[in-house]
Design a protein around this ligand. Structure first.
Ligand code: 3EB
Length: 344
């Protein structure tokens, strides 16, 4: 369990643990399971649930990611977005099937629709600041209409954010973009706030919104991390992080080396976050991590490296997912929540 009084809480739990706990202050849930139809048994009673179709690689067939807020929350719906909000923040999710017969490729149309409704929700509910966005695209590396589907997604994301008057460099949310099973719709979930977070970049990496054009003419719109200050706590959202230095993928074909390079990138982000928030003392061992693995057979090597770096007791879940570049075998996202002394 990861929490600090008066702020966000994050837990990764089994379905049974979720059902028995019946927390009073759940803001939103993401469930991870190998099929889109999984989790039909969840008692959501108005709580938004993002159903993500990515196989779970460890003991439980299904994992629940539970975001709690330490205060009373209220549920609502805006178009296709299910949300739950407190006076300070909002969790939302949208499931968008790919329409056929539009002007653009189906995934691009779905992304335009999903981001259009997300921006409309934030505008209507007055939570202008996106903190963190999770994107799950079926067939992320597949090509259609002459281009890779991840690039179609990037083009639509950039277009909607720009048209909505939002920044597309600098003050942009932390994010992850992973493959989901091919029978899944596009699913996006997010956290937004009324106050702006601090935006953190990795000095070892070119900012994703400044990637050279070889990775696509429409750049990925995300920050390497964001840092949210709330009374009594600090939350660090680390974006999906991979074995990229500068803008290049390193250690192609070598899962052990990709895992270690990814950890080095996360440590660089922790250093930047601790510089931005003196006293927070974020450490690798205090993070909750979601590890995306392209090839399930790589799991033993990955687990050996991560157990060493994070400690056996760390909050870590392993999911099978394709990564947005064909040459990347692993991506790790993380969240850290630290108590904040009043003076800090
Ligand atoms: C990378 O560093 C790996 O498009 O939202 C990581 C996190 C990646 C988020 C996104 C993509 C995204 O470029 C890929």
């Amino acid at each position: 369990m990861m929490h600090a009084s008066g702020g966000l809480h994050l837990d990764y739990v089994s379905p049974a643990e979720y059902q028995t706990a019946r927390w009073a202050d759940v803001l939103g849930v993401a469930t991870f399971h190998g099929t889109p139809a999984g989790t039909s048994g969840i008692d959501c009673s108005g709580i938004p649930v993002a159903r993500i179709s990515t196989p779970v690689l460890t003991d439980e067939a299904q994992v629940y990611e539970v975001w709690r807020c330490g205060e009373t929350a209220e549920s609502g719906q805006h178009g296709g977005v299910s949300y739950r909000r407190t006076p300070h923040m909002l969790f939302g999710c949208i499931t968008q099937p790919e329409p056929h017969g539009g002007r653009h490729p189906p995934l691009q149309e779905a992304t335009l629709a999903a981001y259009g409704q997300i921006c409309a929700t934030l505008e209507a509910q007055s939570y202008p600041h996106l903190l963190r966005v999770w994107n799950y695209l079926p067939g992320i590396n597949r090509h259609s209409h002459g281009t890779e589907r991840y690039r179609q997604f990037n083009s639509a994301r950039l277009h909607v954010l720009r048209e909505s008057g939002r920044p597309v460099t600098g003050s942009v949310p932390a994010a992850s973009a992973l493959g989901a099973t091919s029978d899944s719709p596009l699913v996006v979930y997010f956290l937004a706030a009324r106050t702006a977070p601090t935006f953190v970049e990795n000095p070892r990496q070119v900012s994703a919104y400044h990637y050279p054009r070889q990775y696509g003419t429409h750049r990925p719109v995300f920050s390497r991390a964001t840092l949210l200050r709330q009374p009594g706590s600090l939350t660090l959202f680390i974006s999906g992080t991979a074995s990229i230095v500068g803008h290049r993928s390193l250690h192609v074909g070598d899962i052990g080396a990709q895992t270690l390079e990814t950890l080095t990138n996360i440590e660089a982000l922790l250093t930047e976050a601790n510089r931005a928030a003196p006293g927070a003392d974020f450490t690798l061992r205090s993070l909750a991590c979601k590890v995306y693995v392209r090839r399930p057979a790589d799991l033993p090597i990955i687990q050996a490296r991560l157990n060493e770096a994070l400690g056996e007791g760390a909050q870590v879940i392993y999911l099978q997912a394709d990564i947005c570049r064909q040459d990347l075998l692993i991506e790790i996202e993380a969240a850290g929540i630290r108590p904040l002394a009043a003076a800090a």
